[in-house]
Design a protein around this ligand. Sequence first.
Ligand SMILES: NC(=O)C1=CN([C@@H]2O[C@H](COP(=O)(O)OP(=O)(O)OC[C@H]3O[C@@H](n4cnc5c(N)ncnc54)[C@H](OP(=O)(O)O)[C@@H]3O)[C@@H](O)[C@H]2O)C=CC1
Ligand SMILES: O=CCCC(=O)O
Length: 284
Amino acid sequence: MGLAMTRNLLKAGYEVVVWNRNPAKCEPLAAEGAKVASSPKEVAEKATYTFAMLSDPEAALAVAEGAQGVVAGLAPGKGYVDVSTVDAATSQAVAAAVRAKGATFLEAPVSGSKGPAEQGKLIFLTAGDQALFDAVGPALDVMGKAKFFLGEEGAGANMKLVVNMVMGSMMTSFAEGLALADKVGLRQSDLIDVIGLGAIAAPMFALKGPAMAKRAYAPAFPLKHQQKDMRLALALGDQVAQPLPMAAAANSLYIDARAHGLGDADFSAVMEAVAAQQQGEAKH
Ligand SMILES: NC(=O)C1=CN([C@@H]2O[C@H](COP(=O)(O)OP(=O)(O)OC[C@H]3O[C@@H](n4cnc5c(N)ncnc54)[C@H](OP(=O)(O)O)[C@@H]3O)[C@@H](O)[C@H]2O)C=CC1
Ligand SMILES: O=CCCC(=O)O
């Protein structure tokens, strides 16, 4: 995600300084005009606005608050925008550390996967300091097709988790439908066509369905991240005493798929966990 988003900033003429834990991943961006820093701190020192796209809450905290982290390089007049999908508590902790340095903070997780990231068509779900939202608005418009400002930090993280919880449950339900159709002798391609013409048509079903029918799962949104989002959404439900039985059932399928080595496959690979359960075996 970070690679595609940065490419769009470079194409739009922004001066960009990049850092990645595995430095080899910076090489294509360096070839396209980005400067490479040796730490997140150096990025924040060199840039006015620092964006982070990281896997999970642990990574977001490490990169923000580590000894060579972003916060160490911030100062008044600078801003930090975290576009990773994390929980509200992580975002709030980072926001407090950023503001203690006199800088501003915006959480801005995205809806949309690899394709929209490449095409500059992401949807930003932001919250935090509105002045920073206004300042980075043109950059968000380069990377995305829509942006929402939802209020204080935590609101963007929560919105993202709710959206991805719904998406994760939709995907498991779709996988069960494909598996059941196959079991009763229906063509999965017919099911995909029928769903696509009716009230439950969804771009996700049309996009992923044909590959799922072939049991092919080239990664766009890695399954390990979908399972992380289900876990964080369920924790959010616990915090506010909202029962989420459908999401809990879906999460157990993602956990199963992840345990069987499918964490780096696309999240549609949850199909394999569904198929294995229907066969009454733990084979994937
Ligand atoms: N892929 C998608 O379709 C979408 C993903 N998201 C969210 O965006 C985020 C990134 O997703 P994606 O790009 O697919 O994930 P990847 O797994 O491809 O990238 C994760 C990034 O986090 C870095 N990272 C992980 N742990 C650490 C750490 N401890 N310290 C420093 N860096 C670390 C990785 O570095 P390294 O390269 O060194 O491993 C890598 O740059 C996730 O929160 C995901 O849920 C949101 C919308 C869509
Ligand atoms: O977090 C990942 C979202 C993927 C999508 O919105 O298509």
